[in-house]
Design a protein around this ligand. Structure first.
Ligand SMILES: C[S@@+](CC[C@H](N)C(=O)[O-])C[C@H]1O[C@@H](n2cnc3c(N)ncnc32)[C@H](O)[C@@H]1O
Length: 256
């Protein structure tokens, strides 16, 4: 059983020692103790409260249907990866294809059966190289990103940080998830419906232009606020379905 962790993934005792005098930490701890999803998380033994957000997203958009290869960005402590590995094994038709979940985070991730992990900062090219080499030439069906920089409290700066992380996830997804392809071009594990990108962002005017970029690259871009996401938080998720970038490197690879 992992020790109960604070939102920075530090055991709660250490977290308390550092944040002892802060009023905001008292408010946070009080809210944690009342939060139904925190309670559920500890009774169900899930690694994170965030896992419920991905379960809600998947319930609505069926992101793992037909998927074999999933990349989880900002994966520590591993709640989303646990959900992904269970879901792709449950929903895979006739056990086809080789399932993989690759988790990436700046922080170490305790081992999860069926999940490969890479420790690195996703804002630097070295981490992309490690991930690409681990993929060994296969394309990615679903990219999920719950990446979140430490919150500064400055709404503009936090949104800029969130946008940088979203851009990094989108850049990777554009290159490595398959585009929508016509039936006569053959299939891949996404059955030609194109890959999916799910990513967290914080609501802010700087996101509007980025949303337009996403809309040019995907057939459908949905904005989703899970019930398990705290109402006072500006956190939202882009759920981008049907990548239509027909010139992506993965598409080229699929048709060679
Ligand atoms: C909200 S937590 C993710 C929780 C995770 N989805 C789960 O269910 O366990 C956000 C994560 O993003 C990671 N992160 C933030 N910036 C990152 C970066 N530049 N590269 C990789 N990971 C990053 C943090 O280390 C943190 O673990």
């Amino acid at each position: 059983m992992i020790p109960f962790q604070c939102r920075f993934h530090v055991p709660i005792s250490l977290c308390l020692a550092h944040r002892h005098a802060s009023t905001s930490s008292k408010i946070w701890l009080h809210r944690q103790s009342r939060d139904a999803f925190v309670k559920l998380r500890s009774t169900e033994g899930l690694r994170s409260r965030s896992a419920y957000k991905l379960l809600e997203i998947d319930q609505k958009y069926k992101v793992f249907r037909g998927a074999n290869v999933v990349v989880d960005l900002g994966a520590a402590p591993g709640g989303w990866s646990e959900v992904a590995v269970k879901r792709i094994n449950q929903v895979k038709p006739n056990g086809t294809g080789q399932s993989r979940v690759i988790a990436v985070d700046v922080l170490p991730i305790d081992p999860i059966p069926g999940v490969e992990s890479i420790q690195g900062n996703f804002l630097i090219p070295e981490t992309h190289k490690l991930l690409i080499s681990s993929l060994g030439g296969s394309s990615v069906d679903v990219v999920i990103s719950d990446m979140c920089a430490n919150i500064t409290g400055n709404r503009d700066r936090d949104s800029e940080n969130s946008l940088d992380l979203c851009r990094a996830a989108f850049g990777f997804a554009k290159m490595h998830i398959p585009g929508v392809i016509r039936p006569q071009e053959g299939g891949n594990s996404t059955n030609g419906k194109g890959g999916i990108l799910v990513m967290k962002y914080f609501d802010h005017p700087v996101m509007r232009e980025f949303e337009q970029e996403l809309k040019r690259a995907f057939r459908r871009v949905n904005i989703f606020k899970p019930k398990s996401s705290r109402s006072e938080s500006g956190e939202r998720y882009f759920v981008c379905i049907g990548h239509n970038e027909r010139t992506s490197s993965s598409h080229q690879r699929n048709i060679l």
